[in-house]
Design a protein around this ligand. Structure first.
Ligand code: MGD
Ligand code: MGD
Ligand code: SF4
Ligand code: MO
Length: 837
């Protein structure tokens, strides 16, 4: 990155854009010198001013006192933010030029990190409920001290535990937390004796990790952005073919996508984007393919069938490294999963399916990328498994530029602490996986009733079937909301705890998809009395120590130590005790402009870029993870890629699936398709040991009746590059740029429904109705509409702009439809109809 281009990107030079190239820049809504030159206004009369002109140079007012290396808390690009601070206040935020992947770039959300700090809606003190009905916006809360707030929580937890009901206590984490928070909360729950310290993963993207773990041994994004420091070669940048399914990276991971686009300019790699609607990602593609929602499994089965029939697979590699290839071949033939069959289900012409399969198989290396468009399907695990087969049989696993880059399956997961001291209660009877099960448990005691819940994140926006969730949280005995703002969920709380935002803390907050993390420093003081989640749980342990009559105080304070509130000390503990993390010290990360990848065995070794690479660096890292991995390339039991083994098949059959997936889809996909029936019976979950799950029967035809009343399919997803979950809806900039819920609908469908561009519309499903504004969009299937999630009725910032307060999109969803193995909710499919409001 040259100085010149870094100046291009600086806001201080008046003009934005530049380094991404005009095409990429326009994707992200950045303006380039070229586009500005044509505008009316001060630049159009003369030539544009030199882009390098820095108006802060020599300015007493705008020169920072210090520049702090922090990081963005939003997406998994994990951009470094160089925070310019003057007199203790943030005055500017710039990107990191010296990181070749970030390349100085930032998206529009970087600006909003500052607006989390300076925000009149921030929660600043703990609050306790003093009146009002749960859920009502008239709920009454009163400030209280941290001591009092934590005492209320500790008392409730101990009362439940002492009544033998510890498992009625649950927590749900969010993806946006300091790394290690899950380990601290997990330990707290071990001391408490409840198995229900649940994670956002099962609603986010866990199915991808589950499938990767089952097939290759590790549940993580397989390749890396930028150079592999072990081999000196480009990793993902060297791909010759990108197959994207259900991922809109231009808006959801804009900076790592910009990196891929820059490399693609050199390699001329093909980019195929599979998505029922055209997105800014699809706009960059060589081809955009729009299958019917929730039918990707049929598409991939057909890719496999065609590649095997045409002998386009890597026979030598398959013979050496793959278990179950012959069974797969027979399975595809027995079911006749041909491109012609898939055409009938997906609506994608067989010739197109064949061409993509051939393109992928012949171009080596070829990289697959997927995200929530695949994960948010009720067959997510099985679909991801077939994608893993595709990479394995074509020799695209364990090679630079290839892999199964199933996004959000990054690292860290488990970070180890010193062994627990003292005798802990038994911890069994975990609820079915997926926080969306909370409502079912509270309302129907299935399999038992939760009575006290703490959340990080906002289940009233994020969870499926909002009306049911509202009813459940109203009935819930005790609820603690932790967050930044008075969000929807906060109105159901008994206690509200204010958390610190990313610029207010030291540590490791986000992570990049390719298992990479970076250290960040606090740039400004804490807002009000806010604390980090780790501080909250350690302080809560101290409150438990004071009240617990069954254990000595050290049971709590010795196992959750006050010194770990210093993130540096906690991180040193993780590094010392977690296999594969030995080389990821604070000092090493602080010195780097780039994030550092896991696994990273020692200070002397670089982190691993390509998992399963036939290279000494991989074998060394694998052994560092577990001595039993010595000499193994794949980390499955057999040391090979496991497509089919009798043992695996038996495990999956127990929960209604099989090692070789058959095709099935959501009953609300239009037409009559092989579908799914959920049984009452709860059986062991083979993929999430310890938990149970409803048994399913796959393959029976759906009756299509729902479409008599609700003829269209709805999909939910990210509003735009501007919004990040619900949190940016609380910033001035976020509401200004994207404050209206814009629902994408095909012009012909709109016409049939009597809807015109810009009309206020009502969208109804069998579960309820919401409103939005019609955006007529040629780039979406005629049978499908797209509804942005993350809008909600508590978002007071919108009032400043006269914006509507919207019901949550998840009102439309049915929580019964989910992947019973991974816990993934089918957010991306529900029957709807549309009319003018
Ligand atoms: N700006 C922004 N960035 C984010 C987030 C955010 O809230 N805002 N959230 C972060 C998080 S937590 C996540 S999980 C990721 C999600 O990142 P993405 O997965 O990229 O985002 P989504 O919009 O949920 O879904 C991606 C695409 O899937 C398509 N899709 C829907 N149904 C189907 C289908 O059946 N098949 C296929 N092939 N495609 C389908 C949708 O049209 C959509 O364009 O983004 C992360 N980054
Ligand atoms: N219909 C539909 N629903 C979906 C999805 C979809 O695509 N469609 N996507 C799903 C996916 S992929 C995800 S990941 C979930 C996301 O859903 P959530 O997990 O609820 O989203 P978050 O961004 O984690 O949480 C939002 C709130 O968390 C709080 N917060 C921010 N930082 C912190 C912190 O450090 N600590 C604490 N305690 N709180 C913090 C803020 O107040 C913020 O507003 O939504 C899921 N729901
Ligand atoms: S939201 Fe993502 S791409 Fe945008 S600045 Fe933050 S980390 Fe970078
Ligand atoms: Mo997510």
């Amino acid at each position: 990155m040259s100085n010149e281009s870094s100046q291009h990107l600086s806001r201080r030079s008046f003009l934005r854009g530049g380094a991404l190239g005009a095409a990429a820049a326009s994707t992200f809504g950045l303006r380039t010198a070229e586009t500005l030159a044509g505008h009316d206004g001060e630049y159009s009369k003369t030539a544009p001013p030199p882009t390098g002109f820095d108006f802060t140079k020599g300015s007493g007012q705008l020169q920072p006192d210090k520049i702090v290396d922090s990081a963005c808390q939003f997406c998994n690009c994990n951009c470094r933010l160089k925070v310019h601070v003057k007199d203790g206040r943030v005055i500017d935020v710039l990107g990191e030029d010296a990181d070749p992947v970030q390349a100085g770039g930032l998206c529009v959300k970087a600006e909003m990190m500052t607006q989390l700090v300076y925000n009149r809606f921030r929660l600043t003190r703990p609050l306790k409920r003093v009146g009002g009905e749960k859920g009502s916006m008239d709920s009454k809360f009163e400030p209280c001290s941290w001591e009092e707030a934590l005492e209320i929580i500790a008392k409730k937890f101990l009362t439940l535990r002492d009544a033998g009901d510890a498992k009625a206590i649950a927590n749900k984490t969010s993806g946006r937390l300091q790394r290690g928070t899950g380990s601290i909360i997990g330990r707290f729950f071990t001391l408490l004796g409840s198995p229900n310290d649940t994670d956002v993963g099962p609603v986010c993207n866990d199915a991808g990790g589950d499938a990767l773990g089952t097939t290759f041994g590790l549940g993580n994004f397989t390749n890396g952005y930028g150079k592999d420091e072990n081999t000196g070669k480009e990793d993902l940048g060297s791909a010759r073919f990108f197959l994207f399914l259900g991922t809109n990276q231009a808006e959801t991971q804009p900076m790592t996508f910009a990196y891929l686009l820059r490399e693609r300019l050199k390699t001329k790699a093909k980019l195929i984007v599979i998505d029922p609607r055209l997105t800014p990602t699809g706009a960059q593609a060589d081809e955009w393919i729009a299958p019917k929602p929730h039918t990707d499994l049929a598409l991939v089965l057909a890719f496999l069938q065609h590649i095997i029939a045409q002998k386009l697979y890597d026979a030598k590699l398959v013979a050496k490294w793959v278990l179950g290839f012959d069974q797969l071949k027979k399975h595809l033939a027995d079911h006749d999963y041909t491109p012609e069959w898939a055409e009938k289900i997906t609506g994608v012409p067989a010739t197109k399916i064949k061409a993509i399969a051939e393109g992928y198989a012949k171009a080596r290396p070829a990289a697959i990328f997927c995200n929530a468009g695949i994960s948010h399907q009720l067959g997510a695990f099985d679909t991801y498994r077939t994608l893993a087969f595709l990479a394995a049989i074509t020799g695209n696993i364990g090679v630079h530029g290839g892999g199964c880059n199933f996004m959000h399956n990054t690292w860290p997961g488990g970070l180890n602490l010193l062994p627990v001291m003292g005798e802990t209660p038994k911890k069994d009877g975990e609820l079915p996986v997926g926080p969306d099960w909370f409502a079912e448990s509270i309302l129907h005691s299935r399999p038992y009733q939760l009575k006290a819940i703490v959340t990080e994140g906002n289940p009233l926006i994020g969870s499926a079937n909002s009306k049911k969730v509202q009813e459940a949280f109203k009935k819930l005995e005790f609820y603690v909301f932790t967050g930044l703002f008075m969000e929807e969920a906060a109105y159901y709380a008994d206690v509200i705890l204010p958390v610190a935002s990313g610029f207010e803390m030291d540590g490791v907050y986000m992570r990049r998809d390719d298992r990479a993390i970076r250290w960040q420093h606090a740039a400004v003081a804490r807002v009000g009395e806010s604390k980090t989640d780790i501080e909250i749980w350690i302080d809560l342990a101290a409150a438990m120590a004071k009240l617990d009559t069954k254990n000595k105080p050290e049971y709590w304070t010795g196992n959750l130590r006050a010194e770990w509130k210093d993130f540096g000390k906690l991180w040193a503990e993780f590094v010392a005790r977690t296999p594969g993390v030995g080389g990821m010290s604070q000092t090493r990360m602080e010195k780097r402009a780039e994030p550092l990848r896991w696994p990273c065995a020692s200070e002397k070794t670089p982190g691993v870029s390509t998992l399963y690479l036939d290279h000494a660096s991989w074998y060394q890292a694998a052994e560092a993870l577990d001595p039993k991995n010595k000499g193994k390339r794949f980390l499955t039991g057999s040391g090979k890629v496991e497509i089919f083994t009798a043992e695996l098949d038996q495990k999956l059959v127990g929960a209604g699936h099989s090692a070789l997936p058959i095709f099935y889809t959501h009953p609300e996909v239009t037409g009559q398709n092989p579908s799914i029936v959920y049984e009452e019976e709860l059986v062991p979950n083979a993929i999430n040991p310890g938990s149970v799950t409803p048994n399913v029967t796959l393959g029976g035809l759906s009756d299509g009746k729902v479409h008599e009343q609700f003829p269209l399919m709805g999909m939910c997803g990210r509003a735009s590059v501007v919004h990040f979950a619900g949190v940016t809806q609380w910033t001035y900039f976020g509401k200004q740029m994207n404050g209206v819920r814009l629902v994408q609908i095909h012009p012909r469908t709109a016409e049939k429904s009597g809807v015109a561009q810009g009309d206020k519309i009502v969208i109804e499903s069998p579960r309820g109705a919401i409103t939005g504004t019609a955006t007529l969009w040629e780039g979406i299937r005629e049978d499908t509409i797209f509804i942005p999630n993350s809008f909600g009725p508590a978002q007071a910032m919108g009032d400043e702009f006269g914006l509507p307060r919207y019901e949550t999109a998840n009102t439309l969803l049915d929580d019964r439809y989910f992947d019973n193995l991974s816990g993934q909710q089918a957010y991306k499919c529900f029957a709807v109809r549309v009319r003018k409001a």
